[in-house]
Design a protein. Structure first.
Length: 487
């Protein structure tokens, strides 16, 4: 029986209360192990350790030494690649070949990419004339923000956690991570790596638990946490924002999305089908940037819909170790219930189920205990249908025809969210014109999920607040002070 303990001040510790909860494999609902649930005592200890570490050896590290250490962490994750891969696949159920190409290598790379980007960014300097004619120099100087609370999600557990921990540590901060209760394994394992690489005690801490009246609430409400970075549901982001208001702590929130894909009739149809398939169905649709609303210009609508159905029919559900499987279960039975509810709601709202629409019979008694659901395409829903307006976070999309550019811009922007959009057209002028009018934090043209880590990342409207990535992370993970020197 595995046990997932908290990692505090360089040591693995159990909860004083003895409270634990189960971690189950979504493939067959088998028990992976028990996770210790943090109370206020463990959260207080983790935050205190992080605060103390800001004054310890970590404070004396040069930027070059921090970069060297974080590169070592990245290398060590790759040396223990198989352990991280097994842990991630057990927690999420995703196919090994997907996790081995995306989750683990990109999770490790975040430590190198952000430390090197931040190392090469200058601060500002100005010469100021003064009445005595001797002048003054104003010099920008960045210092670590302090203790950063990292609340990370379950859909890409290692990747999206290190996306935050990497730049936070590169800037000289210390962190307390609260991973999702659904996926504790790789974050816990990273504690071992931090010790192996010589990261000072207290710089990286992990507390496990839930949100309300548990680790998440205790951490985000803690007065000694200087900033909070969160990826997850919008309503949780709202709760965190309220908590951060006490003490005026800075926040970075990357929340929900109901992202549009726009397919114009001058697109490369095969390119559009391939990209939309990935954006709607990769990781079982459990991607905040995924496409749940697809708008196709009427001239290619029938062709596009037919090709999408053909490709969905090819998706093979199976265990992570099955080399032919390219589609795993949802993260949990609880999440499967949520997605299945929307599948039923779509029928009630009048959808035509083009393919999928239910819970599959896996042909195996053990697998049928898992969180499996069919990849699904709907057509025929009204624009105000709940299935069209609310984030589902599952392997599904609604495909609707449109006629004019003006019409589809209005449809795409008619949402409370504004995280991402994808546009498929071979007309470069149209691509830029429409892209500029999208109310979203990131717009892909003839691509999807193509990320340069030097660029800004974040959402508009109810999809979030703030930007991270590249030098934009400096604005969140550091305090910029001005030093004025009279000459």
């Amino acid at each position: 029986m595995k046990e997932f303990r908290h990692f505090i001040n360089g040591q693995f510790v159990s909860s004083a209360s003895g409270k634990t909860f189960e971690n189950r494999n979504p493939v067959d609902n088998s028990l992976i192990g028990l996770v210790h649930e943090a109370g206020r005592e463990e959260v207080d200890a983790a935050v205190a350790a992080a605060k103390q570490a800001l004054k310890g050896p970590w404070a004396k590290y040069s930027q070059a030494k921090r970069i060297e250490l974080l590169n070592k962490v990245a290398d060590r994750i790759n040396e223990r690649f198989e352990e991280f891969l097994v842990a991630e696949c057990l927690d999420t159920g995703k196919p090994r070949h997907i996790a081995s190409h995306i989750d683990i290598p990109r999770g490790a790379a975040n430590f190198k990419a952000f430390s090197e980007t931040l190392a090469n960014h200058p601060t500002e300097s100005f010469r100021l004339d003064t009445p005595d004619g001797k002048g003054a120099i104003n010099m920008g100087h960045r210092t670590p923000k302090g203790v950063i609370a990292v609340i990370s999600p379950w859909n890409l557990p290692l990747l999206l956690m290190t996306w935050k921990v990497g730049p936070a540590m590169a800037c000289g901060n210390t962190v307390v991570v609260k991973p999702s209760e659904e996926t504790p394994a790789t974050t816990t394992l990273l504690g071992e790596v931090m010790n192996e690489c010589g990261v000072p005690a207290g710089v990286f801490n992990v507390v496990h638990g839930f949100g309300p009246d548990s680790a998440g609430a205790f951490l985000t409400e803690h007065k000694d946490v200087d900033a909070i970075t969160f990826t997850g549901e919008t309503r949780t982001g709202e709760i965190i924002m309220k908590a951060a208001a006490c003490g005026l702590r800075n926040i970075s929130l990357e929340c929900g999305g109901k992202n549009p894909g726009i397919v114009f009739d001058d697109c490369d149809i095969e390119k559009a089908v391939e990209g939309t398939m990935r954006s709607a169905f990769v990781n079982c649709g459990q991607v905040c940037l995924g496409t749940e609303r697809v708008y196709v210009q009427r001239g290619v609508y029938d062709q596009f819909l037919a090709r999408m159905k053909e490709e969905v029919a090819k998706l093979k559900l199976g265990r992570p170790e099955d080399p032919d499987a390219n589609f795993g279960p949802l993260v949990s039975l609880e999440h499967r219930d949520k997605v299945a509810y929307y599948y039923g709601l779509a029928k009630e709202e009048g959808a035509t189920v083009e393919i999928g629409g239910g819970i599959p019979d896996m042909g195996d008694a053990e697998l049928n205990q898992g969180a499996w659901i069919e990849p699904t395409i709907w057509t025929g829903l009204a624009d105000n249908a709940r299935v069209v307006r609310e984030e589902i976070f599952g392997p599904c999309c609604h495909i609707r025809p449109f006629d004019t550019e003006e019409e589809v811009i209005a449809l795409a922007n008619d949402t409370d969210y504004g995280l991402a959009a994808a546009i498929w057209t071979e007309n470069s002028a149209r691509a830029i014109r429409v892209g500029e009018q999208m109310e979203a934090g990131i717009v892909w043209i003839n691509s999807w999920f193509l990320r340069d880590l030097r660029t800004a990342f974040g959402g508009a409207k109810q999809s979030g607040i703030g930007r991270e990535g590249g030098v934009h992370g400096l604005e969140f993970y550091t305090e910029l002070k001005n030093i004025c020197i009279k000459l």
